[in-house]
Design a protein around this ligand. Structure first.
Ligand SMILES: C[S@@+](CC[C@H](N)C(=O)[O-])C[C@H]1O[C@@H](n2cnc3c(N)ncnc32)[C@H](O)[C@@H]1O
Length: 288
């Protein structure tokens, strides 16, 4: 069977999981093509491994996420390995990565020699993206899941970057560190199962999703950041947050960290999904 025949056969199925995007991705992957245009050039060729493709389609039909079937996910212009031990990178997190990069440039310059920590790194996307951009910085990535760190290490190798990976609970792996300039984190923040798709619940790691209460990890990170870590220095904290957390986080910041400057940012749907914190009033512009 040719790629063209398979494409139109699958297109007839068009359902929640088998749609134009997933069909294209599987066919591109099967032929080892570069992109959709490359697939079109080979559209009338025989499928290289039809058996493998049919198995992948069965997995897709049963609801398994495309990225776990392919073994990789796309994140800001690049592919990263993923498996069910790590969260599949989300579009919002791409926004967090790029926006954090922009803020680092504004605060510290183009290629600063600073220390950046990614807490709850999962597949490693945030830390690896920043290390690729800021070659001179030191990046430490932490996660409580050893299995997630295995994938993150492998991604760092694929992206040819040196990262210090550490296993442990929140800031515990960096408790002896000093002079940290940037903390970036997309911690678990989902309150209840009801707000999550059945596909995510079934396939993605529980550990990456839920926090009780939802604010728990932000509170932990903020309360553990004492003067020893960030004393008197310029620093940036960049968080992805749940869309209903602005008020709770504002209250926390106003109660305990009145001296810090912070700003919330929205995602493409207009939902408040990011929180950026700095400690230097002269640098307010960097938050915008
Ligand atoms: C929402 S996922 C984010 C993964 C990745 N940074 C991303 O943005 O795709 C949260 C990550 O935090 C990790 N995690 C959960 N509890 C943790 C804890 N107590 N300490 C450190 N990491 C934790 C999970 O294993 C998971 O990899």
């Amino acid at each position: 069977m040719t790629y063209r025949e398979k494409f139109f056969e699958l297109k007839k199925l068009d359902n929640q999981y088998i749609n134009q995007t997933s069909i294209k991705s599987l066919l591109i992957d099967n032929g080892g093509f570069v992109d959709f245009f490359d697939l079109l050039k080979h559209f009338d060729e025989e499928i290289k491994d039809e058996n493998k493709l049919n198995k992948q389609i069965d997995r897709l039909t049963s609801g398994e996420p495309l990225q776990y079937i392919l073994g990789y996910a796309y994140f800001v212009n690049s592919n990263y390995k993923v498996n069910p031990d790590v969260l599949i990178p989300r579009q919002e997190t791409e926004q967090l990565a790029v926006s954090t990069m922009t803020k680092i440039v504004r605060l510290f310059g183009k290629d600063p020699k600073i220390k950046i920590v990614d807490i709850g790194t999962g597949s490693g996307i945030l830390g690896i993206y920043l290390k690729e951009y800021f070659k001179n910085c030191t990046v430490i990535c932490t996660d409580i899941s050893l299995k997630a760190l295995e994938i993150a290490r492998s991604n760092a190798k694929d992206h040819n970057v040196q990262i210090d990976f550490r296993n442990g609970d929140m800031l515990e792996p960096i408790s002896n560190e000093s002079n940290i300039s940037v903390i970036v984190s997309n911690p678990p923040y989902i309150r209840s199962k009801e707000t999550v798709s059945s596909q995510t619940l079934e396939y993605e790691p529980y550990l990456a999703l839920f926090a009780n209460p939802a604010i728990k990890f932000y509170k932990e990170i903020l309360t553990s950041i004492d003067e020893q870590l960030l004393h008197d220095k310029k620093f940036l904290i960049a968080f992805e947050i749940g869309e209903d957390m602005e008020e709770e986080l504002t209250n926390l910041l106003e109660e305990k960290y009145a001296g810090l400057l912070y700003s919330f940012d929205k995602d493409m749907y207009g939902k408040t999904r990011f929180l950026y914190i700095i400690n230097n009033k002269d640098l307010t512009d960097a938050l915008n």
